[in-house]
Ligand binder design. Structure first.
Ligand code: SF4
Length: 313
């Protein structure tokens, strides 16, 4: 990933960003966007329901106030091939996260919140620059906790000529109420499905309700955009699920595959990811302190294929 474009500036952040209240005109114009801003006071944007007043600069579990902190902006060639194309996926990576995964592969960004606070205008401008660069889409990574500003920026960028598909690349801990307000703005939903077991979700991500929240969120995402659609080898709209195989079957992979095949669609596209390695606090966990074996990964891939899912990498 490249460094921030020169137009994306602001004060370097470490920890919570300073209070920055958006002027009313910067909040966007649509009814959905306004309702999203209202969800931040008290904050009910995500299933944590911290109920802090983020408009006043307070922070909850995700550690970010009302305006986004961006860690990097640039074309990314390491995403799924259906998102990359010749110009790369136009990735905008947000600091902070509403999950507390002890094995986080991006802990500097998600937990230490390294990045720069930006305005809605700067965010919209970054999207247009990624389009001018030739990227295949705009890929918002970890957008859940800063979605009001993202939506206002999408509105603004579209007025200025943005036409690329919008990708919502999330850890999958999203509330249905918030997702409903994104209908019509998001073209491709790319949620993680991390766990099917509540006790594991609580221990590894401090989110005991992750399995049911995640399944409800994926249902809503699929309701909005359907199965993944392609044009000339690139995804244009639909649902693309990511599942990271954990060692010792901790992720509960088979139940997740059953859910997708039986309750979402047998045509679901899923990336069964094999890149887990012990990061952040994982080396101190007796079951997480190694990579999954080839057999562990292959058994999940094989099961997904047997169930009829579209397995990609
Ligand atoms: S978005 Fe952040 S502050 Fe709001 S409920 Fe979620 S974790 Fe809490």
């Amino acid at each position: 990933m490249t460094s921030l474009p020169t137009n994306v500036g602001g004060t370097p952040q470490s920890g919570n960003p300073p209070f920055s209240k958006p002027r009313p005109l910067e909040r966007g114009e649509g009814e959905s966007v306004h309702r999203l801003w209202d969800y931040m006071n008290p904050c009910m944007l995500c299933p944590r329901k911290c109920k802090v007043n983020r408009i006043k600069g307070e922070t909850g579990f995700c550690g970010i106030a009302d305006m986004p902190v961006v860690s990097s902006v640039g074309p990314h060639f390491g995403e799924e091939s259906v998102l990359v194309g010749s110009g790369g996926s136009g990735t905008i990576f947000f600091a902070g996260c509403n999950l507390g995964c002890m094995f986080c592969q991006n802990f500097d960004i998600s937990h230490h919140r390294h990045g720069h606070q930006i305005t809605i205008e700067q965010l919209a401008q970054s999207m247009l620059e990624l389009q001018n660069y030739g990227c295949s889409n705009i890929n918002f990574v970890t957008p859940t906790h800063v979605i009001p500003a993202i939506m206002a920026a999408i509105e603004l960028a579209k007025k200025k000529g943005l036409r690329l598909p919008i990708v919502y690349n999330t850890g999958g801990y999203d509330s249905v109420e918030t997702l409903k307000l994104l209908a019509g703005f998001i073209d491709i939903y790319m949620p993680d499905m991390k766990y099917s077991d509540s006790a594991v979700a609580e221990e590894l991500s401090t989110a005991a309700d992750y399995p049911q929240i995640n399944c409800a969120a994926v249902k809503e995402m699929h309701r909005q955009v359907g199965d993944l659609q392609m044009k000339k080898g690139l995804a244009t709209r639909g649902l693309l699920v990511r599942h990271l195989v954990l060692p010792n079957r901790l992720a509960g992979s088979f139940k997740i595959i059953d859910f997708l095949a039986e309750q979402i669609s047998p045509a679901t596209v899923i990336n069964v990811m094999d890149q887990y390695r012990p990061c952040y606090k994982a080396s101190s966990h007796t079951q997480l302190n190694r990579r999954p074996t080839p057999e562990e990964i292959e058994s999940v891939r094989k099961y997904a294929i047997e169930k009829g899912l579209n397995v990609i990498s």
